[in-house]
Design a protein around this ligand. Structure first.
Ligand code: 3UK
Length: 527
């Protein structure tokens, strides 16, 4: 049998990871638990269905899924897109594919048909596997996309399904002999021009984030139980609720629906997680629920984490006041895979993203790429061992983003004398809404499709909780059409084709938009 091992030395910070020459991360993340005597322990619990699976069942089903994928005709190196809700099969698919060398590409399940059609063609997907819940967007995308994947399969339900094929497949499979620096999985990241970009990660990256952030910063323990409001298809959720618990042999609770405050509170009461991962918008909504008199038992929690967008200090204060524990804000990106600057237990600066996670280095630079003096704001660049290898078929974007091993994050940051980093927003016009990327350009294009709209601009506006939501400025062909009725009409128009979190929350009718001499909209002036 080939070795697929990583030797961890925790005697210094950061811990060092030493990979065997062949290293398929599925072996370390999945099979290792059997050798370490964890086969009977519960690995994943589905909150909605009550289905629990042990590490032994997990390993067996990952193997069966790998065989099922090979049996369907997928080949090593080919891409398998996944529009899959948070459930056991997500883990089987992700690691089953990796184990046999197929590249899994989890996709945001909140997206719409036109988004999926783009990604199927862009990735030249050999396989598309989806939960039946998303058929209404995935199937039209498959019809519309000129590129036709060889394998299209629903996870479960009637007829030929992944679940059926898992049941019929063999439980033994040989791990593909990949190396630690070989391509492992992709994620898509939104771009300011509207088209998402494939972010390619290698087998080493998951291990690096697990050890450096989850163990190094959070002090993750084998007996931890985790609940993540962020879904597995986000890099944030993928680490939180799948990779971190698999790294340590601990248990994750999977929640397959939209993360409402009630849903989170009920699930914490019922499943008693010790670590909870949320986003600022959700913490704000949970606080409203608690301040309205709800009193769920959240006493199992030892750590709460926030990421995706900056956590306003007011939310941190009110949470600490009610729940008695801090929320640790940290910044991560899809390109770096997980959090690389974070507050720590007992070492928090409200309003800041925290200090560097050991193992990562930072530079803050001016427009010419020179380091700015301490205390000044500039563009944040990061170096570390979990950075994307490259963007899929996008050498221009790769060259613009990866410079001598450093990645340009696109965020403006300032570092204080104690090593705390504070975010001063984006250097482009991209918005984070509820922790999820929104490109103003995409919403503007949608609005300008409406026959009454001449042109539109979208910017971020802070709501009552100081969290950013999209606001539209619209120039009409007939200014006299302006009014509440037209605002409703434009909102309905957006609902036809845009993901829900992208809908503008406010509409303003204006005579013209501020522009540069070359005609580019100056969104900063509208802000
Ligand atoms: C912004 C933040 C201020 C920032 C992510 C945790 O969000 C994640 O990845 P994405 O690729 O977005 C990355 C961008 O989001 N951002 C994220 N966290 C913060 N801004 N404070 C924060 N705490 O603009 C960054 O460039 O969707 C989060 C773990 C893994 C992730 N991929």
């Amino acid at each position: 049998m080939t070795d697929h091992t990583v030797t961890i030395d925790r005697s210094a910070s950061p811990a060092t990871l030493d990979f065997s020459d062949t290293f398929n991360c599925a072996v370390h993340m999945i099979d290792r638990h059997l050798a370490e005597g964890r086969g009977g322990k519960v690995a994943f619990r589905e909150a909605q269905t009550g289905r629990d699976i042990t590490f032994a069942e997990l390993a067996e089903n990952v193997n069966r899924t790998g065989n099922a994928l090979l049996g369907l005709g997928l080949e090593p190196g080919e891409r398998m897109l996944m529009m899959v809700k948070d459930c056991h099969e997500f883990v089987y698919l992700f690691y089953g594919a990796i184990k046999v060398g197929v590249i899994p590409v989890p996709l945001n399940t909140l997206l719409r048909a036109k988004d999926y059609a783009f990604m199927i063609g862009n990735a030249e997907a050999a396989g598309v596997i989806y939960s039946p819940e998303f058929a209404g967007e995935v199937e039209p995308a498959l019809d519309d996309c000129p590129y036709k994947p060889a394998v299209v399969l629903r996870v479960d339900g009637d007829g030929d399904t992944l679940a059926g094929r898992i049941g019929a497949a063999s439980a033994e499979v040989e791990a593909a002999a990949s190396g630690p620096m070989d391509d492992c999985f992709w994620l898509y990241s939104s771009g300011s021009t509207g088209n998402p970009k494939g972010v390619i990660h290698v087998h080493r990256d998951i291990a690096v984030t697990c050890e450096q952030y989850a163990v190094g910063v959070l002090g993750w323990r084998e007996d931890d139980v985790v609940l993540s409001a962020a879904k597995l298809f986000f890099a944030y959720g993928l680490g939180n609720a799948m990779n971190f618990p698999l790294w340590m042999g601990s248990t994750a609770v999977l929640f397959d629906a939209a993360p409402t405050p009630r849903g989170m509170h009920d699930t914490i009461e019922a499943f008693k997680p010790t670590i909870f991962f949320g986003v600022p918008t959700l913490y704000a909504a949970q606080l409203k629920e608690l301040e309205r008199g709800a009193s769920p038992d959240l006493s199992s929690l030892r750590l709460c984490v926030s990421a995706g967008e900056a956590l306003p200090p007011d939310i941190l204060d009110r949470w600490k006041e009610r729940i008695g524990i801090d929320i640790l804000d940290g910044i991560g990106t899809t390109e770096i895979l997980h959090i690389f600057i974070s507050n720590r237990p007992g070492d928090i600066k409200p309003g800041a993203s925290g200090k560097l996670v050991p193992g990562y280095e930072a530079r803050i630079v001016d427009d010419d790429g020179n380091d700015v003096p301490g205390g000044e704001a500039g563009g944040l660049m990061i170096r570390g061992d979990s950075l994307l290898r490259e963007y899929w078929r996008n050498p221009e974007k790769t060259a613009a983003s990866l410079k001598d091993g450093w990645i340009v994050t696109g965020d403006t940051y300032e570092r204080d004398g104690n090593g705390f980093f504070t975010c001063h927003g984006r250097s482009d016009d991209m918005l984070k809404v509820g922790g999820i990327w929104v490109s103003p350009v995409e919403i503007e294009l949608k609005l300008s499709e409406h026959p009454k709209v001449l042109e539109a601009a979208v910017v971020g506006r802070a709501d009552d909780d100081d969290l950013i939501k999209p606001e539209a400025f619209v120039v009409l062909n007939e200014p006299s059409d302006a009014g509440d009725d037209l605002a409703v009409e434009l909102l309905n128009h957006c609902k036809d084709g845009l993901a829900r979190y992208k809908y503008p929350r406010w509409f303003n009718f204006v005579d013209d938009l501020p522009k540069t001499a070359t005609g580019k909209i100056q969104r900063f002036r509208l802000r």
